[in-house]
Design a binder for this molecule. Structure first.
Ligand SMILES: [Zn+2]
Length: 290
């Protein structure tokens, strides 16, 4: 059970828990992966090795068992996360369909590399998605992530327009994707889709094949925050650090604190959750609140 804020999703059922699960493998190969023991294991081990590990842990579950577990624990929904859910899309879709019937929400945490077919297959069962926009440089996607940026940009638009509550995360890696120009390009791109998109600028910690890069200095996160504000984005959050400055949701019109966050403790303040508006000035606040 994970708080929804941990995904991170800040405009979706604040303070609620989601049953969160993943499998193994990824269609990306990010050198900085913060979850590589799950995501990259299929590249270093044989299928037999993985099967043995799975058998040892007895962690296989049917879609029905997952839904039952979510209901038993009184969660609001299920998050397909930790590794790229497109890797296990049939399993996710079978689970999501059952979950929806039981009134549970479905949340995808994704690298945004879904094909048109994958989008058509699972999109209608999803309520929210957090997509990583890891850089704005095709060569970064190619060299560091072993992938291609264009589908990711398209999918951010596509999911948002289809009514799935869409948030975007950028992990700032010092010297790789954090120049003023590149951050301006990312923020500008999101703004052209919608100024409502919540943008999470998140701190990197040395991991996997990027152990020689230092953790993101806090002032770089602040700089990204300022750039996002200047670009016109309404909701920017600094994450993956102990400082809680810029983790609250504020009204873009009157600046009232609507949702207050400290670590994973969340308090709804001036937000009218029924109407999805600021309780002080009535401004519409993007999100799924109930
Ligand atoms: Zn307001």
């Amino acid at each position: 059970m994970d708080p929804v804020e941990k995904k991170p999703l800040y405009h979706f059922l604040p303070g609620k828990n989601l049953l969160s699960f993943g499998t193994a493998g990824c269609n990306f190969g990010c050198l900085f992966c913060q979850n590589w023991e799950m995501s990259q294991t299929t590249k270093s081990k044989t299928i037999q090795n993985i099967q043995q590990a799975v058998n040892r842990l007895s962690i296989t579950s049917t879609p029905q068992q997952i839904v039952d577990l979510a209901l038993k624990n009184g969660t609001s929904g299920i998050a397909y996360t930790y590794n790229e859910p497109a890797i296990f899309i049939e399993y996710a879709c079978d689970t999501a369909r059952l979950a929806k019937k039981q009134g549970l929400k479905n949340v995808y945490i994704s690298n945004g590399f879904e094909s048109d077919e994958a989008f058509a297959y699972i999109g209608r069962y999803l309520d929210a998605i957090n997509i990583d926009l890891k850089s704005f440089r095709p060569q970064f996607y190619r060299k560091i992530c072993k992938a291609n940026i264009e589908p990711v940009k398209e999918n951010i638009k596509k999911f948002l327009k289809s009514g799935v509550e869409t948030e975007v995360t950028t992990l700032l890696i010092h010297g790789y994707n954090d120049s003023d120009t590149e951050l301006q390009e990312i923020a500008g791109f999101l703004y052209t889709i919608s100024s409502d998109i919540p943008w999470h600028v998140s701190a990197f910690y040395p991991d996997y094949h990027m152990l020689d890069v230092p953790p993101t200095p806090y002032h770089d996160l602040l700089r990204a925050y300022q750039i996002g504000k200047k670009a016109g984005l309404k909701y920017i959050y600094i994450g993956n650090v102990s400082q809680t400055e810029h983790s609250d949701t504020r009204c873009p019109r009157c600046n009232e604190v609507l949702v207050e966050r400290e670590g994973y403790t969340t308090r709804v303040r001036k937000l009218n959750m029924q109407k999805g508006v600021c309780g002080r000035c009535g401004e519409h606040i993007y999100g799924i609140w109930n």
